[in-house]
Design a protein around this ligand. Structure first.
Ligand SMILES: [Cu+2]
Length: 161
């Protein structure tokens, strides 16, 4: 009985076509995504917990949703990034430049990678190429520049064993 069940599982796995994207990791942990938005684009079905923080001067709210769950160690991953007006919740666009980076404050080092930001149709941005190369406490830095003024929102991420 057990053998035939294993065979069936193996056949099911083989049945996944290459154009279906990465299979959802159902054993990924207790957290299930709280919102299941229909994917408008390709292969963005897996989403981690949304993290957010207000900027230092209260000008904007940064919202980050990993497009993978859990965040992998020492492996590039992507996040969805949205900047919002803290009072109205409307998309915040009053800046000249935006960037996202990550640092490990306890070790005084950064991420060693540049992150590309791509605007999305819904007003958010997709950040590709984030890579956390150690376990522990990281801070995501979302920085905007408006003229000569800079402002940062800082989001804590704990990468656990
Ligand atoms: Cu470190």
């Amino acid at each position: 009985m057990r053998n035939s069940l294993l065979t069936l599982l193996a056949l099911t796995a083989l049945g996944c076509g290459p154009d279906e994207g990465p299979a959802a990791d159902e054993a990924g942990g207790p957290a299930t995504p709280s919102e299941e938005t229909p994917a408008s684009g390709a292969a963005e079905e897996v989403r981690g917990e949304t993290l957010e923080a207000g900027s230092s001067g209260g000008t904007f709210l940064a919202r980050v949703t990993p497009l993978v769950d859990p965040i992998p160690m020492n492996e590039a991953f992507s996040v969805s990034l949205s900047l919002l007006d803290p009072e109205t919740g409307a998309p915040f666009t009053d800046y000249d430049e935006v960037s996202i980076d990550a640092r490990m404050p306890a070790h005084k080092h950064g991420m060693l990678r540049d992150v590309g930001l791509t605007p999305q149709e819904d007003g958010s941005m997709r950040a590709d190429g984030l890579l956390l190369h150690m376990y522990g406490h990281w801070e995501l830095h979302v920085d905007i520049r408006k003229g000569a003024r800079f402002e940062r929102a800082q989001i804590s991420v704990r990468l656990q064993y």
